[in-house]
Design a protein around this ligand. Structure first.
Ligand code: FO1
Length: 324
């Protein structure tokens, strides 16, 4: 079976890890191929290095190198370089860059500087993390430079800050007026992205942030069209449980775009291509105009890999019951 997932950071990575676990432990599914289309709007340049948080979160999580307590960054991390940067007063200091994590950013920046495309770099990094051997293909959504910025109030005016500054430095406490995704209007899909959606047997939307993760991937030229046109059923997993995001600050992002933080409202963002929507029992009352809604038989929480696997398994079963 060929499965394609559009993913952002921690939620997306944990879901795909659970999906791969389910496929590997289910007779007849182990040789299924999983293609992950990753959001690159979170990317940021720091200290002259290109940092790709969602891609790196997927690499580390799927390659078993992630710091599990955070869901991002490397396990067994140290911060010697960061301490030296602070001693020099180098800015910014609000974004934690561990020594092992910096290894990824150095290699990525070196290869980009030699003319490699982000797709080529991502494939090279994925090799180190053993993703091909696990039948996981990780594609950045585009090879064009794209950055999500957040317009916030500034005195009697407004100013734009990088998404990471809003997300990490301010923990989204500063109200966002809107998101501006620099470069998205000129961003072509990266090689293989549109085909991965067109030729999939199933397309899955993990419980990633619907605004700044999946929403950004949907903004890449052609992605929404192929999602509408694919014969594959498109099945999503709600990132909201009874009005609260499972993790992160999806509610602050939804508020910024004037959407209520409910499982039904998030599905509404996908309604032009969504075929089925998996919700938590607390949201069993959700009704959608076209997509089929199903209630997961337990909390929609990826508390560990098997739990994520059960959610992914339910999403795949749901896919077999809907015709695209
Ligand atoms: N998240 C934080 O809350 N604080 C950090 O200092 C931080 C550093 C960081 C470094 C590398 C990386 O790949 C991710 C990092 N994240 C950090 C998470 C990141 O901001 C978010 O997970 C994604 O960008 C949102 O999906």
């Amino acid at each position: 079976m060929r499965i394609t997932a559009l993913a952002g950071g921690v939620g997306g990575a944990r879901f795909v890890r659970g999906l791969r676990h389910h496929l590997d432990t289910t007779p007849g599914l182990a040789d299924s191929e999983v293609t992950v289309v990753a959001n690159t709007g979170d990317d940021i340049t720091l200290f002259g290095l290109r940092v790709c948080p969602d891609v790196d979160t997927l690499l580390y999580t799927l390659g078993d190198g992630v710091e599990e307590s955070q869901g991002w960054g490397r396990a067994d991390e140290s911060h010697t370089v960061q301490t030296e940067l602070a001693a020099y007063g180098a800015q910014p200091q609000w974004f934690t860059l561990g020594d092992r994590d910096l290894g990824t950013h150095v290699v990525r920046s070196q290869l980009l500087g030699q003319g490699w495309t982000p797709s080529q770099v991502t494939a090279r990094l994925a090799d180190r993390w053993g993703l091909p051997g696990r039948r996981i293909r990780l594609l950045p959504m585009t090879d064009a430079p794209v950055e999500t910025h957040v317009v916030v109030e500034d005195g009697d005016g407004e100013t734009a800050i990088h998404f990471q500054e809003w997300w990490v430095r301010h923990q989204t406490s500063v109200p966002a007026r809107r998101f501006v995704v620099a470069g998205l209007d000129r961003a072509a899909a990266a090689p293989g992205v549109l085909d991965a959606i067109r030729t999939a047997d199933v397309v899955l939307l993990p419980p990633s942030n619907p605004v700044v993760s999946i929403g950004i991937v949907l903004g890449v030229a052609g992605v929404r069209d192929v999602l509408r046109g694919t014969t594959a059923p498109v099945v999503g997993v709600s990132p909201i449980i009874s009005g609260r995001p499972v993790r992160g600050h999806a509610d602050a992002c939804l508020t910024a775009i004037g959407v209520e933080s409910t499982a039904g409202a998030v599905a509404g963002l996908y309604e032009d291509f969504l075929d089925a929507w998996l919700v938590d029992p607390a949201d069993g009352d959700v009704r959608l105009p076209r997509a089929r809604v199903e209630v997961f038989d337990g909390p929609l929480l990826m508390t560990d890999v098997p739990a994520a696997g059960r959610i992914a398994a339910h999403a795949l079963r749901l896919a077999t019951t809907v015709t695209a």
